[in-house]
Write a new protein. Sequence first.
Lengths: 250, 588
Amino acid sequence: MTRQDTTHWSDEGTMTGDTLAARSPEASIKRMMADWSSDQRVFKQVPWGKAMMWAFILSDIFIFGCFLIAYMTVRITSTEPWPNAAEVFALQVGGEYVPLLLIAIMTFVLISSSGTMALAVKYGYERNRLATTLLLLLTSLLGASFVGMQAFEWTKLIEDGVRPWANPWGAAQFGATFFMITGFHGAHVSFGVLFLIIMTVKVARGSLDKERPGFLTGRKGNYEMVESLGLYWHFVDLVWVFIFAFFYLW
Amino acid sequence: MGEREYDASYQAPPAETGEMELVHAETFIGKYIWSQDAKVIAIQYMLTATAIGLVALALSIVMRLQLGFPDTFSLIDPAEYLQSVSMHGMIMVVYLLTAFFLGGFGNYLIPLMCGTRDMVFPYLNMLSFWFYLVSVLILAAGFFVPGGSTGAGWTLYPPQSISEGTPGVDGGIITMLVSLMVFIAGFTMGGLNYVVTVLQARTRGMTLMRLPLTIWGIFMATVMALLAFPALFVACLMLLFDRLLGTSFFMPEMLGVTQDVAREGGSPVLFQHLFWFFGHPEVYIVALPAFGIVSDLIATHARKNIFGYRMMVWALILIGVLSFVVWAHHMFVSGMNPYFGFLFATTTLIIAVPTAIKVYNWVLTLWRGNIRFTLPMLFAIGFLFTFLNGGLSGLFLGNVTVDVPLSDTYFVVGHFHMVMAVAPILVIFGAIYHWYPKITGRMLNVPLGQIHFWVTFLGTYLIYYPMHFIGLEGVPRRYYAYGETTFISDSVQSLNAFITIAAIVVALAQLLFLFNIVWSYYRGREAGDNPWHATTLEWQTAETPPPHGNFGKELPVVYRWPYDYCVPGVKADFIPQNVPPQAVERDS
């Protein structure tokens, strides 16, 4: 695999007339046609790991899509009233019920972690080992705190009497869909944190600079792996936005 | 088509990527058990799929004995009959056909035909097989859990699949659902590999429009599988929660009227939508690789270029896309909105257009070709007939008004066994006869193969043709015995006995095939590198069978499309893909 071409970072600042012309729709379509009809690779400059991550994300979109559509169907066909999200997800702060407080913090934390991840990718390509390590560590900490807050939320709901098969306020499917979908998303975040920690160790030890073979696969390490992991992480964050909208705002 | 001109001054562009890192195993276990070589993984897939497929074959014989001679044999009771139906269906569709085409031929042929040394991520590829093996073991464990395997039918419709009274509700349904989820996880690992290998790791000169149609078929099927299996995964998880956690995603309010259950408010039709959003593309996941392979078999053994290559590729793509918007034609009687029926009937009939294009192109490829009736060719022609007949009865079932009275009758059983069970199986046989010489270095025995083909092909018609008539009489499927039913005439019973005898003969012929496989491995005629004089890259390897890494020191460079057969003005009747224009010997 060839190294990712990193010059596009500097391209952004100095956009000349030529590059503007190269970005016109006609030129883009021509380039796309050329890529698809060329030999060896459709996506030029895209390493295998990154292409595979995109394919995986496409497949995973269908999983979450099916989950959310199933949730909407169940919610519409349910014969019982649906619990009111503003009341169910409220936190008691100083005697006052504040709706969606915890979930706002959780969302903020997760979206912030996307920012730190993007920075980690940038510093990775600049071969800044220290900054990459710290940012990956920070991302994994933010992710872990998200999972922790989710665990707290689940505990609180379970104490309130929400179960997969019943809850005190209405349709039983509320608990079922909520635990299933946020649980499935939480599992995605948890695996992401696990991979982030592994990647942090790899970067900190310099495994990527020295292209040391991986523990299981025996493939050489490189900084494109950080970007692939970043794709996964951004995807998990994006899914959260939809879950947030459909469960907490509807 | 006239002569295809190639620019003699053409030079393939330089390699864009460096050599692939391969883990060369030294030990026996590393080479053949925990192997990272796609070819070994392919054979592991094929053997596992064959093993579990034989179980499904045995189940079908048990069912046929019951149906053909209900008073003579008492091998199974009604519950076991339903369990046999369910396991037979699920094994054949998912664990045999899908695994054999994508896991088997996909792994073997993609790296060889694209001119790469291996899949892009060999370790993940290895994991894919082991997940598959575990899923097969979990599935087989269903036979031994208390209460036996599930008897809900292969569609696993709730609420009956998880309600008291359905066989296997204790353990069988759980093993089935868990096994499917493991299968999907395993398949995803393999599928990502196939997609990225085809898109990103082809050899120099191999453009997408120079890929053999086999690879196009497998590639499109893999893309579809990656997008369709998620729906099944979600459906399985929700059904598992309904069974284990007491949720009621699919348990309707109505259930409380007749049974004392605490669950209500779910939507059984939701499961059907999710299931068939997977289930219909699944039909084409099995069919598209068969389409691709049969195109190559016909072109190679008729010594003629495939007719309308571009049209064939676009038809594959169009079928793949359309197959995602036809799923509810399986649900015309489910109680969904009738307007849906109209919409889905329309899309269903539209999909017949690209399919018909493919059939015409196969026939036009054969037209005035130099046809050699080799074993692969026989099976390819057998596929054409079987697929055409099965497809035509599909036009009946695609129309709502015709489908409603035929729903759940033997007409449906006859239809889908012709079009998606036997037709792809014939292609699998043809493909094995075609590529066995490359896999083992020896030819399969021809007389044995001839017997195998004629018994299987004619037997198919003896088994499934009568089923259409039984179905038209309104005989419902999935019944253990019909007893004294007034509307079922006596001739139905005699036809059933006839079908059973034909089925047993066909099943025995498959044992002959297995014997041929084993016998030829030791005693078969030496094949050489390219016994069929084929053009694609897998026949141009330096060694047969190809070693780990497939090709020698240098990867092949591709100069032409894969169908240069009988090119006018050229001495040989075929030009391999890796022969440069300058090196072609022409008639002087």
